[in-house]
Design a protein around this ligand. Structure first.
Ligand SMILES: [Zn+2]
Length: 218
């Protein structure tokens, strides 16, 4: 595949290398094709618990002081990190391009490894949020969830909807480092595409392109 110039796949596990200040976008525009992660053989409930323990913020993240944003330029390249696959994509916001195939693969079901056609509005909304809060990194908690994986989660007693928007490629769960979940939720509500869910304990916000509604989870 040959991604457009704006869509840069960075298959590195090192946040520091990707987000290093002063590294020109062009210098990072080298495609390192990450090998797809093997489908998980672990029970999802155990993995979920492990990840929750390792990744969920233990306490509410610091709120961004709106005054502190004045005078700070938004990042030109925003790094998206997938917490499940440990993959990165770098998105050049001046070009606003996210190669659809790359985005679909990045947001694939981590359990079955299947991608789907993700709604294009989701990543641009997430990108807008990162631009608004002037952060150069987005942590993706969940994108596409294959129906059979969603069903398995339900059978294991997880609080996932039967007909989840995630199973249609219509939802993304994410958080922005350094941005309070409440602040991100308020922003998402003011730019509401469809559903917006707040998960204050887990520390992320859900956005989808379904019917406009809102809720609070855990
Ligand atoms: Zn969600």
């Amino acid at each position: 595949m040959s991604p457009r110039p704006g869509a840069v796949a960075i298959g590195l596990a090192l946040a520091a290398a990707v987000a290093a200040p002063g590294v020109a976008a062009a210098d990072r525009a080298k495609i390192i094709d990450p090998a797809p992660a093997a489908p998980s053989s672990e029970p999802a409930s155990k993995k979920d618990a492990e990840w929750a323990a390792r990744l969920a913020p233990r306490k509410p993240l610091r709120q961004v002081d709106p005054d502190a944003l004045v005078g700070k330029a938004p990042a030109e390249v925003i790094s998206f990190y997938n917490q499940w696959t440990h993959e990165w994509i770098g998105v050049d916001v001046t070009d606003r391009g996210v190669d659809p195939e790359l985005a679909d693969r990045f947001l694939r079901c981590h359990f079955t490894n299947e991608p789907t056609d993700m709604d294009r509005r989701l990543l641009s909304t997430v990108l807008d949020a990162a631009r608004h809060f002037k952060v150069d990194r987005v942590n993706v908690v969940s994108g596409f969830r294959a129906p059979k994986y969603n069903l398995m989660l339900r059978k294991k007693g997880h609080a996932v909807a039967r007909d989840s928007q995630h199973t249609k490629g219509h939802a993304v769960d994410f958080w922005l480092p350094g941005v309070g979940t409440q602040a991100l939720y308020r922003w998402a509500m003011s730019h509401q595409l469809g559903g917006v869910g707040l998960y204050p304990d887990s520390g992320f916000v859900h956005v989808d392109v379904g019917r406009k509604r809102t809720w609070t989870g855990e």
